[in-house]
Write a protein that binds this ligand. Structure first.
Ligand code: GLN
Length: 456
């Protein structure tokens, strides 16, 4: 089949399915078909011979900049924003012949765990439309689950790639901080944000990550090149691998069905020759408060640029500059984003800085130390991605604290800058998918890829 046929078929599926699920904010119909023709030409000329992504339709979370095409962050504030440049990951994907098929729905500015805070309405979970797809990369994960894209890119600040993958029954990787360029990723919490791949299996995630990883001088936190041959880790062998399970990850607060699935997955790996052992990693109990202090602080600073002057939404009726700022920001941002900016401004304000922001930074350092120590003993840390399977739409929306607590197993990974993968490991009695999380040493994506691939 030709690339054009593949892309047209993909667009047909989107047309018939997306009314149900709302995975996309923008679908790139004409642009994708035009690209398909170009890519076909390159393939025919033998120019993409060693690219595994040539002609593959990909969905992009709508906080990743695409030149001349809407990039909204699912916010009214950026509902008219067309960036003048591409994110580095977009350049790399296009050079590999991938075809962007559309921009995926998300929680506004990536703040949330359900994709319900989107200005464009919630995405529904393809495994059950009364359930949320998770978030914040809910549109991207749901698109892959609904076959509305072959692969997708999400972003993960505190679990936003892994948790929606867990809820939708697909696979996603949050890379080590510094592995994938953040150039052109609209910032939420810059010290935690990483772009990561979402796909239907471990091998596809590894292929995408191989294309987007690598040093980029345009991102000062990008790490000088290491070896990024992740597909070499697609080996079915866990003999001698040491796997640790933090006791706190399978204790109080974890749904019993999720727990049973996670322990069954650990058993499978043990039977394949890995050693599996439980250990204590108590400091992660403090991960949620530390994360929400730090992420909100960075968000309040990052989002101060949306003022109605430079770009994005501007209120229509104002008197003077102060009024312009106030009205634009009141009208342009949703409730959850405002809540985060207020928390952030508060914890950074003089008098509270030491009590909250500085303390959170210290907890972050302790969490990193805790993981470092664990990794002296283990190659991979295993646990659930989320404490429950997908919630019903509306279930937690009015209770932010409850929503935040759902991030318990994911945020410590971002605070410590580590790589982690979420992959399906079963279903609950309602038929909703359960996600297994594997956490690796810094820059040892290969370890988690190999263990995940062996399990799968
Ligand atoms: N749910 C977390 C939050 O709301 C994580 C979001 C993310 O990773 N972007 O901040």
């Amino acid at each position: 089949v030709s690339v054009e046929e593949v892309v047209k078929k993909q667009l047909e599926i989107i047309k018939s399915e997306d009314e149900k699920y709302n995975c996309y904010i923008t679908v790139w119909e004409e642009a994708a078909i035009a690209r398909a023709k170009e890519v076909q030409k390159l393939i025919d000329e033998g120019k993409l011979a060693d690219s595994s992504l040539a002609g593959v339709p990909i969905a992009i979370k709508d906080n990743i900049c695409t030149k001349g095409e809407l990039t909204t962050c699912a916010s009214k504030m950026l509902s008219n924003f067309k960036p003048p440049y591409n994110a580095e990951v977009i350049e790399r994907l296009e050079a590999a012949g991938a075809i962007i098929i559309g921009k995926a729905n998300m929680d506004e500015f990536a703040m949330g765990s359900t994709t319900e805070t989107s200005y464009y309405g919630p995405t529904k979970n393809p495994r059950g439309v009364e359930y949320v797809p998770g978030g914040s990369s809910g549109g991207a994960a749901a698109a892959v689950a609904a076959r509305e894209a072959v692969i997708a890119l999400g972003s993960d600040t505190g679990g936003s790639v892994r948790q929606p993958c867990s809820f939708c029954g697909v696979t996603g990787i949050k890379p080590t901080y510094g592995t994938v360029s953040r150039y052109g990723l609209i910032a939420y919490a810059s010290s935690l944000d990483q772009i990561g791949p979402i796909a239907n299996n471990v091998a596809d995630c590894a292929s995408v990550l191989e294309v987007i990883a690598g040093h980029d001088a345009k991102d000062s936190t990008s790490v000088p090149t290491q070896s990024y041959q992740y597909t070499k880790a697609l080996v079915d062998d866990v003999k001698g691998k040491k796997i640790g399970i933090p006791r706190g990850y399978i204790g109080k607060g974890l749904d019993e069905e999720v727990k049973a699935s996670i322990l069954a997955a650990a058993k499978v790996l043990e039977e394949k020759g890995a050693t599996v052992e439980e250990f204590d990693l108590d400091i992660v109990d403090l991960a949620i408060p530390a994360y929400y202090v730090l992420a909100s602080a960075e968000a309040s600073s990052n989002l101060s640029r949306y003022d109605g002057v430079k770009y994005g939404y501007r209120t229509s009726d104002f008197e003077g500059l102060g009024d312009l700022y106030k009205k634009t920001r009141s009208e342009g941002f949703g409730q959850e984003v405002k809540r985060r900016m207020m928390i952030g401004a508060f914890v950074l304000s003089s008098g509270y800085y030491d009590a909250y922001y500085n303390k959170a930074l210290r907890v972050k350092a302790l969490i990193k130390e805790g993981f470092d120590k664990a990794f002296e003993k283990y190659d991979v840390i295993l646990g659930p991605t989320a404490p429950t399977t997908a919630l019903k739409i509306g279930e937690n929306l009015s209770d932010p604290l409850k929503m935040y607590l759902g991030d318990i197993y994911t945020v410590s990974v971002n605070l410590a800058g580590l790589p982690a993968i979420s992959l399906p490991c079963g279903e609950d009695s309602k038929g909703m998918p359960i996600g297994l999380q594997l956490i690796g040493k810094p820059f040892k994506e290969a370890d988690i890829i190999q263990v995940a691939y062996s399990y799968e």
